[in-house]
Design a protein around this ligand. Sequence first.
Ligand SMILES: NC(=O)c1ccc[n+]([C@@H]2O[C@H](COP(=O)([O-])OP(=O)(O)OC[C@H]3O[C@@H](n4cnc5c(N)ncnc54)[C@H](O)[C@@H]3O)[C@@H](O)[C@H]2O)c1
Length: 233
Amino acid sequence: MGEATAKYCAASGARVFVLDVDATRGQLLEQSVPGVTFVECDVRSDDSVRQAVDRATDAGEALLDGVFANAGVILNDTVESDSLARFDATMDLNVRGVFLTLRHCMPRLKRPGGSVVVTASGAGVVGTANSASYCTSKGAVIALTREVALDYASQGIRVNAVSPGVIDTPQGKRVFAELGDPDELRRETEQVIPLKRLGRPEEVAHVAAFLLSSLSSYMTGAIVAVDGGYTAQ
Ligand SMILES: NC(=O)c1ccc[n+]([C@@H]2O[C@H](COP(=O)([O-])OP(=O)(O)OC[C@H]3O[C@@H](n4cnc5c(N)ncnc54)[C@H](O)[C@@H]3O)[C@@H](O)[C@H]2O)c1
């Protein structure tokens, strides 16, 4: 979804900095998409995010129009899982990563006019079985989005979240493969989505780009579902 959003924003004329821990994928994106600059960054590390945001803003000389805090991992577990490693890994990336991204980006946003989009999930809105750590992390991200929206509203910076349902991304495919027969699981999942199909990364990118743009100028603190109607049930 981050890649699709970077491509869409760059094609719309934005200068885009992609911060990602995966240097191979990031460099490929930089080489193939004009307007994209890749900066290697581990969003779980305070120093790494500070340095990456410094690079993207010429050490504070330039201001950001928008930020998309999207990195996150989906791991399956229950509260009885015999290792806490999944909980720690999930919270580290999905919650601490978003917290640190906002911590370093907020001072560098245009005010008034800056816009932040966080990637939440339907799993933070309704329960999703076998996703204890993931649901916990996305619930936290939704709470954080609303809190930061209030802190920055008076400065003219808006903060919203996209809340995707099941989206056909590399990570989505990995989760299906881990849980059983991926084709069968996909068919079963499609049946419980009102629009009867998975979402495409571009469909989330379009909503993220709308929230980043001034077209959404009266929206802040909103959690916007992009889930084919799943959480409307
Ligand atoms: N795919 C879905 O069905 C779905 C549904 C709801 C929400 N989401 C959320 O959408 C977001 C994007 O997921 P996706 O499905 O596009 O996955 P993806 O694997 O395609 O993209 C995730 C990106 O995060 C990067 N990343 C991982 N660890 C990082 C770190 N420590 N620092 C910086 N970058 C790091 C990865 O390299 C990757 O490029 C996540 O927050 C995920 O929880 C996904």
